[in-house]
Design a protein. Structure first.
Length: 274
């Protein structure tokens, strides 16, 4: 049986990923890696990172959920969103294997459930069980994998609806799922999301709390996520937060699923926050 390691946001830091994997392989063999999304953007080697993770996945050694930066790449590549000033996606957009890479990327899941560990990029609504999270993620994945993916990407952006309702339909339903899984940090007791605040635990707006501190239906499993670099590494019995700000000069972090062993490497600062 493979030793599974969860790895936080890469954001184009391919050299650091290579170093981290080498360090893990010195500790154990027969390893499997699950990435918490945001494989690309803001770091210096988005193309190399995407190629490396794709190769790992295709050889049965890894899988990754989609993060907001990965979805942004798909939107930019399809002419739906303009590139941001801080984007580092040109090497992918100009690559000879661009089509293969983007096709592979939009086949990736939005959630992974393995041995009572639920991996998402950002968060889950308090009312969602692990089973419901997987089912709702599959709804979005089916559209992303279809010929309708460009129409979906056009309608994906926006902050409404900001709270989950089982009766949501169409693009509102899909957008709410995506926002919960790839953008959530703080939410209210009813699950209403706040999209403005990006600071750490103590910065919760009035009436809001970190999504994982709300009484949640996923308390019976361990939720593993990235996205929140100002939160950093946080390990609880049913929670693993992995984004330790590799691209900001922090660390790249892996956590063993079996025994919660933490493996980290220091990272040079690629971009300044702001």
């Amino acid at each position: 049986m493979a030793n599974t390691y969860f790895i936080g946001d890469l954001q184009g830091c391919a050299d650091q990923l290579q170093t981290l994997i080498s360090k893990i392989e010195q500790i154990s063999s027969n390893n499997y890696y699950i990435f918490a999304g945001d494989l690309v953007n803001r770091g210096p080697k988005s193309l190399e990172t995407l190629r490396l993770v794709r190769k790992l996945q295709q050889t049965g050694l890894a899988e990754s959920v989609l993060g907001n930066h990965d979805l942004h790449l798909l939107a930019v590549a399809n002419g739906i969103r303009p590139a941001h000033r801080s984007d580092t996606l040109d090497d992918i957009l100009n690559a000879p294997d661009k089509g293969e890479l983007l096709h592979w990327l939009r086949q990736r899941p939005l959630a992974i459930l393995k041995n009572q560990h639920l991996v998402v990029h950002a968060g889950v609504f308090p009312s969602w069980t692990a089973k419901q999270t997987m089912a709702l993620a599959h709804e979005v994945e089916a559209v992303l994998k279809s010929h309708e993916h460009t129409n979906f990407l056009r309608s994906m952006y926006g902050n409404t609806p900001d709270v989950w309702n089982d009766n949501l339909t169409g693009n509102d339903r899909l957008r709410c799922i995506v926002n919960g899984l790839t953008r959530m940090r703080f939410c209210a007791a009813d699950g209403r999301m706040d999209f403005a605040t990006k600071d750490g635990l103590t910065a919760a707006p009035t009436g809001f709390a970190p999504w994982f501190d709300i009484d949640r239906a996923t308390a019976d499993c361990t939720v593993v996520f990235g996205h929140w670099s100002t939160l950093g590494l946080l390990i609880r019995p049913n929670l693993i937060s992995l984004d330790t700000g590799c691209v900001w000069g922090g660390k790249l972090t892996a956590v063993s699923m079996h025994d919660r062993q933490i493996i980290q490497i220091d990272c040079p600062q690629q971009q300044k926050p702001g």
